[in-house]
Design a protein around this ligand. Structure first.
Ligand SMILES: Nc1ncnc2c1ncn2[C@@H]1O[C@H](COP(=O)(O)OP(=O)(O)OP(=O)(O)O)[C@@H](O)[C@H]1O
Ligand SMILES: O=P(O)(O)OC[C@H]1O[C@H](OP(=O)(O)OP(=O)(O)O)[C@H](O)[C@@H]1O
Ligand SMILES: [Mg+2]
Length: 294
């Protein structure tokens, strides 16, 4: 018997976002495995098939219909002017769960202080369309040239300025670059083909994927915390514990005692736990979370 035809074909980003995407899917409940040099992953869900392609190209093939949905940066959706459904934001990058920025940069020592100072000068970038539009909208006649990467190395010898992506900022610091302006904020998005989105079965599955990926991101850097407490102490504990929608307080079989449960940023745990002990909490358990679904 032949394998059932998968319901959805997923476009997955090869490159910067590849590892963080696989990790996110794992937390959301899907194991994506690839053998080396293979762009055809196996996914442990018979309804899903996928391919890894460059992030720059995902939106093009989602629009075309080869992919029902895909993950890529907003920057490339915008650059390709792809006509797709933007299902949800998934704010993670290569190294962090922050947005990234495309910035116009010059060497620290450059005379350039504002974009207008680049009239008649050369600017290198991977994001040609967006950068050309940026200068055209401002009536600045800068010469924009395509860069295949390693763009930082080109100033000041080959070009006067660059437009490149910055996430943690370490590449800008390492190359003594100064930001003149921010052109675009970007983050990863789940996008869908319009016809697939109009198909109820496909849309339902895409929405399930969106919900669980967002849930996995929500749980990032958060932990669950539970403890036992005398009822009379609940108000004092509540005052120091952040909670998504009030604390969960459940009675214990021991009279006047209760179990309290909440979710906190992992980095707060080391400050909070000693305070909770001082307030009379007992049997504190901190546990990792996979997903938080609202
Ligand atoms: N630090 C980062 N550097 C580059 N791209 C990043 C970073 N963080 C997130 N991204 C996102 O990843 C996508 C870029 O991935 P893409 O595969 O096009 O290039 P790349 O991974 O930089 O490849 P290469 O290593 O060949 O330059 C973009 O959508 C971009 O917004
Ligand atoms: O702010 P940071 O965290 O330092 O990230 C930004 C760096 O990452 C990207 O480079 P990439 O690894 O894609 O190499 P490339 O320049 O060859 O594209 C980008 O072009 C910057 O160099
Ligand atoms: Mg790159």
């Amino acid at each position: 018997m032949s394998a059932p035809t998968p319901l959805l074909m997923l476009g997955l980003p090869k490159g910067s976002l590849e590892e963080s995407t696989k990790t996110l899917f794992a937390k959301a409940g899907w194991k994506i495995t690839t053998s080396s040099r293979s762009y055809r992953p196996s996914i442990d869900d018979s309804e899903l098939d996928g391919r890894f392609v460059r992030a720059q190209e995902v939106s093009r093939y989602v629009e075309h219909g080869f992919f029902d949905c895909g993950l890529t940066g907003y920057d490339w959706v915008q650059e390709n002017e792809s006509d797709v459904v933007e299902v949800c934001d998934l704010i993670y990058s290569r190294a962090s769960t922050l947005k990234s920025r495309w910035v116009l940069c010059v060497p620290e020592a450059s005379d350039v202080q504002k974009p207008e100072d680049l009239a008649g000068k050369r600017v290198a970038t991977e994001l040609m369309g967006t950068v050309k539009r940026y200068f055209a909208e401002r009536g600045i006649d800068a010469k924009v040239e395509f860069s295949w990467g390693a763009t930082e190395v080109k100033v000041p010898d080959l070009v006067d300025a660059i437009v490149d992506i910055t996430e943690t900022g370490s590449s800008l610091r390492a190359n003594n670059l100064r930001i003149v302006d921010t052109l675009l904020e970007t983050n990863t998005k789940l996008i869908a083909n319009k016809a697939s989105w109009a198909n109820p079965a496909k849309r339902k599955k895409i929405e399930t994927i969106a919900m669980l990926l967002q849930g996995a991101l929500q749980a990032d850097n958060k932990v669950g915390l539970k403890m036992n407490l005398e009822r009379s102490r609940v108000d004092a504990v509540q005052a120091i514990l952040p909670a998504m929608r009030g604390l969960t307080v459940a009675p214990l079989t021991v009279a006047d005692w209760c179990a309290v449960e909440t979710v906190i940023p992992e980095s707060d745990a080391r400050e909070l736990i000693p305070k909770l002990i001082e307030l009379g909490a007992e049997g504190i358990v901190e546990y990792p979370l996979n997903k938080i679904v609202h």
